[in-house]
Design a protein around this ligand. Structure first.
Ligand code: BMA
Length: 375
């Protein structure tokens, strides 16, 4: 009897301390004024890290390979029976005051979808393919060295006032969807040299991040969770080079297209392990913030590459979400630029099998968890 009591007491103690560990292991939101709903959503993702990964898709509700702007449609829904639990959006051209983004998605549609998506069980992550503030060209305009562009928009720079006007437009959108949380992923792939903010002096890059973070929060925005995403980092020290600090980041991201092609599973796994190692060392979570096999030339890619990689080990299982890049409309945009299947594509049945794996969450799987955060 005494032994039994001892065992009960011991297991109670163990379960209490384990629970405590789980609660205490991750950092609270970087912005101390984060609203309760967004803070709850972040802690949901932190708590389920290691157990489940949200399936995400860029522009999922806006257009697909064979449709554009039809209300309620989604290539992911039409091939799996469920919508993504994470929907990606992009703010490129909002800074100029345009009504549609660089891929022709109207911003008022985006705002209403972010809200209705959340009620259904889909979170939103937003990237920003911002125009070049010096030349007026697009994000890929690297005709002027990135250090010069960054200096121009930082305080004291010739384009600083313009940059603040740009941020004001972003702030307005963030406030319109509030309190719904946004996983904001600005200045992504800053370790590459293809964007105007890329491959700059890391100290200047951090100054840009700090300024942007402070400016947005000083305006009272409380629904932003910050995602810092490199392009397939090889080492944790590469991430550290660009890292603005624990007080300015909530999620460490990995954009990985390089390692996904056939036969590169080992590299794909290694770069995920690298972001998870770094994230855990900062008490943060990690995500695969952009990926996919363009055109899905391998019909079993979802179960034999993506799922296998995500389930490879305890680190890869800790990935919070995986965002497949967009399904460009074949007629209006780019015919072979799609990353999720659409009805009739050879990868459809494989994607359906992928969606049925208990470790991969879609909106219908995630909505019961999300309900815990809604007052
Ligand atoms: C790129 C491509 C472009 C698109 C941009 C922003 O990766 O998909 O066609 O305009 O992202 O979404």
């Amino acid at each position: 009897m005494k032994n039994i009591l001892l065992i009960i007491a011991l297991s109670l103690w163990v379960s209490c301390t384990t629970k405590e560990l789980k609660v205490n292991i991750y950092s609270p939101p970087a912005n101390p004024q984060t609203n309760a709903l967004s803070a709850c959503v972040l802690s949901l993702l932190q708590d389920q890290s290691g157990e489940a990964t949200l399936l995400g898709h860029q522009d999922d509700a806006a257009y697909g390979v064979r449709w554009f702007g039809d209300s309620g449609r989604s290539d992911v829904l039409e091939t799996s029976g469920m919508r993504p639990a994470m929907i990606g959006w992009d703010l490129g051209k909002l800074e100029r005051g345009d009504e549609k983004n660089l891929d022709s998605v109207p911003f008022d549609f985006m705002i209403s979808e972010i809200q209705t998506g959340f009620d259904r069980g889909s979170l939103s992550t937003i990237s920003w393919h911002a125009s070049n503030p010096v030349t007026g060209g697009d994000s890929w305009d690297t005709s002027i060295p990135s250090d010069i562009v960054l200096n121009a928009i930082l305080p004291g720079g010739t384009e600083h006032e313009k940059y603040k006007t740009w941020l004001n437009r972003l702030i307005q959108l963030f406030q319109e969807v509030s309190p719904v949380p946004i996983f904001f992923r600005p200045f992504h792939e800053m370790n590459g040299n293809w964007f105007w903010w890329g491959d700059a002096d890391p100290e200047l890059f951090k100054k840009l991040w700090w300024f942007t973070f402070d400016y947005i929060h000083q305006a009272g925005v409380s629904n932003i969770l910050w995602v810092h995403a490199l392009d397939s980092p090889k080492t944790t020290s590469e991430i550290r080079t660009w890292y603005p600090g624990d007080a300015f980041v909530d999620i460490i991201g990995n954009d990985d297209y390089k390692n996904i092609a056939f036969g590169q599973k080992a590299e794909f796994i290694r770069s995920l392990e690298t972001v998870v190692d770094f994230a855990l060392s900062r008490k943060k979570i990690a995500a695969l913030t952009e990926t996919g096999l363009e055109g899905i030339g391998r019909p079993d890619w979802f179960t034999t590459v993506l799922l296998k990689v995500l389930q490879d080990n305890e680190k890869t299982r800790a990935i919070s979400w995986v965002l497949l890049w967009r399904n460009a409309n074949a007629e209006l945009d780019r015919p072979d630029h799609f990353y999720a299947p659409f009805p009739g594509h050879p990868s459809e049945s494989d994607f359906k099998r992928f969606s049925e794996d208990p470790s991969i969450l879609f909106d219908l799987n995630f909505q019961d968890n999300l309900v815990n955060c809604v007052p």
